[in-house]
Design a protein around this ligand. Sequence first.
Ligand SMILES: [Zn+2]
Length: 109
Amino acid sequence: MKCYKDGGEMVPTVIDYEHRGIVVKGVKALKCPVCGEEVIDVDEYGKVKRRIESMIKPLRLRRKISSAGNRPAIYLPEDVVNAVKVEIGDDVEIYVEGNRIIIEPVNTS
Ligand SMILES: [Zn+2]
């Protein structure tokens, strides 16, 4: 296989593939000795994708709407707060999409 950029002959290598913060080590790939471009081979990519999917555990928790000062309130589970890296005092945006309530951290930094 040749590099699509410069036609360099790709050589087999092993890389750490990173996707959304998840690193899969020891992935078979091809590397161009000219420009350093790395390509994961197609079969390997399927395997890597399945490995990543099995590592991403969807965070889905059930909560009851409780009441805070007579208003409906939901307490955020610690796992959720940690997953999106927000803390008490941070701003969030709340919006509605269909019948979903979406809470999104506001990036103030
Ligand atoms: Zn190249």
